[in-house]
Design a protein around this ligand. Sequence first.
Ligand code: NIG
Ligand code: FE
Length: 407
Amino acid sequence: MRTDHLVLYHNIDQVLTLEGVAKKEGRHTTESDLGLIENANIVVNSETNEIEWIGPSKFMPLEYGEIVNAYAGSEELWIPELVECHTHLVHAGDRSHDYALRVKGKTYQEIAEEGGGIATTLKAIRETPLMNMVSNAQAELERFQRYGVGTIEVKSGYGLTLESECRMLEAVRALQETSGVNLVPTFLPAHMTPPEFKGRTDEYVEVICREWIPEVSRLKLARFFDVFIEEGFFNLAQTKKLLECALAAGFSLKLHADQFTDLGGVELGVKLGATSIDHLEQISEKGINALANSKTVGVLCPGASLFTGTAYAPARKLLDAGARIAISTDFNPGTCPSRNLPLMTTIACSQMQMTVPESLAAITYNAAAALGLEKELGTLEKGKQFRVCHLSQTSYESLPYCFGEFN
Ligand code: NIG
Ligand code: FE
């Protein structure tokens, strides 16, 4: 047997495969789904970076014993590399004043109505050259990597002209060329109505559908299309028009829904087969049912609730109903300027009654599913990408326990 393309990692103290999580499509996760292997071996095809064999070292087929590129494991715990499925990584300017205003009692929407919020970042991004966008985002990416993240979704949404939205997405493309992190770009032109279209949101939606969606699709700058459905931003009819148009142009769908107000976005997103619907703080019973009976992943953003001092999503109800739940930082300058994905599991466990195994599945397999990548990422199984996160602790339970620290 040819073994020169294979690499063997042997006698790794502990590996969590999360095999059972994948079998159950990320629903109703319990500790027994985490697939703990003690004294594990992993054989990797270095040409494809795919796992060829994984299991207890004593069961490894004899022929793999001939592999020359072999590395002994250490006293570590290996888990699937973390997946961050919702960020506004590319941004510019400073929003600390928004936070000071919120602490004094102003709401997110009031700040936006007064010209702050997303509009502040928009002004800064429009003045930022591509090169600076790339270098700022590179620095942010490195911060995410320090928390075990190896795949990350990145949205546009702060340019809100075709030219500046494309510049944001080109920054993501440029970053992908130099970074070992997997980047997943999302086109988010409906983040707010830009100043040029003030009071004319229907017209703005029309322009996005007629000109922007075809152009971004032609340039292949994004895999996903996203809308912020919210009072004062985009209503249900506008969201429906945008999502249908993006779907027809070949985009997969995401949605920011029910963050502050339930406008029926979840039911719409599920009907259109959205890959994920994110936020869900105000989701209704009907919405919970619709989501739980679908393949659509619900992405929760505990950091955004903590930081804005607003309600948490009803995680327990969603999980008990059988929904596939992922957790994200929602890293952005307005509602969660944190890159600490493991910390989000602490908030989810302490404030949203999630269990530790559920929270681990939520930043690995289910987060990969929120990006349509669960066949390649999120668990350590034969045929999956060899992307691992090394923990120095002896138990996976340390992930939320360490409370803001990592490794
Ligand atoms: O996911 N809610 C809308 N979008 C972001 C916040 C963007 C911003 O305030 O800059 C979010 O929370
Ligand atoms: Fe967001």
